[in-house]
Design a protein around this ligand. Structure first.
Ligand code: PRP
Length: 212
């Protein structure tokens, strides 16, 4: 049995067409059934549904053989024990810095300065500001980061931006793109050796299905 870990939402929805192109149908809609383990049209392949941030952990420790995970989540996790063979080019967005429209970001990030940044992505934010030589006071949040600059909790946020609608709705402006984000296929390194005959063809099937 091969186990593929996915998170509900955009990653699940955009992985389905890749599975389909590989000849794999998913037998249930997780939004309807609330089941956490879902079968597929292949007897030897099942899906497990976990929180996005838990996908690398499941795959690293062998709770799943493979997983689909955003580059953002992967960078925060660190990627230990994970083979990362493919950029699946799905769930694309970007990681950016955003501030209030009346905040002078250029002035705030002059060399040697200090800035307060609220984010769920503390590793990415800390690396980014260290590269720029800017001292950063990081405030870890778990959601609704847009609120932080509006309430005076932070000067800036580091968050995912897709359409930009959430920033606009909260009078924030994107001032710097940190990196482009998409989802990757990750594989447990031991599983790749022990279940090579089953996993290799699956990686190849994913590779052929990647949107060009
Ligand atoms: C992300 C991100 C923003 C929003 C950006 O949240 O945190 O809030 O999407 O998208 P937009 O630019 O198209 O408005 P998501 O909906 O993934 O949920 P989360 O807040 O739980 O991360």
């Amino acid at each position: 049995m091969i186990t593929l870990a996915l998170s509900k939402g955009r990653i699940f929805d955009e992985t389905l067409p890749l599975l389909k192109a590989a000849g794999i149908e998913v037998v249930e809609d997780p939004e309807q059934s609330r089941k956490l383990i879902i079968g597929t049209s292949r007897d030897d392949l099942r899906l497990v549904l976990v929180r996005a941030t838990d996908v690398p952990t499941y795959v690293q420790h062998g709770g799943a053989d493979l997983g689909v995970v955003g580059k953002d989540t992967l960078l925060e996790h660190g990627g230990q024990g994970l083979y990362q063979p493919l950029d699946l080019a799905i769930a694309r967005c970007r990681m950016s810095v955003a501030v209030r429209t009346d905040f002078d970001y250029a002035q705030a990030v002059k060399q040697g300065s200090r800035i307060r940044v609220a984010t769920k992505y503390t590793q990415i934010a800390s690396d980014h500001f260290a590269d720029k030589g800017v001292h950063v006071d990081l405030i870890k949040l778990y959601g609704s980061m847009e609120l932080a600059p509006l309430t005076g909790l932070a000067d800036a946020i580091v968050d995912l931006v897709s359409s930009g609608a959430t920033l606009r709705a909260n009078q924030l402006v994107e001032v710097e793109k940190i990196l482009d984000i998409s989802s990757r296929l990750v594989v447990n390194q031991a599983a790749l050796k022990l279940k090579r005959d089953a996993i290799r063809p699956l990686i190849e099937a994913f590779e052929s299905a990647i949107p060009k």
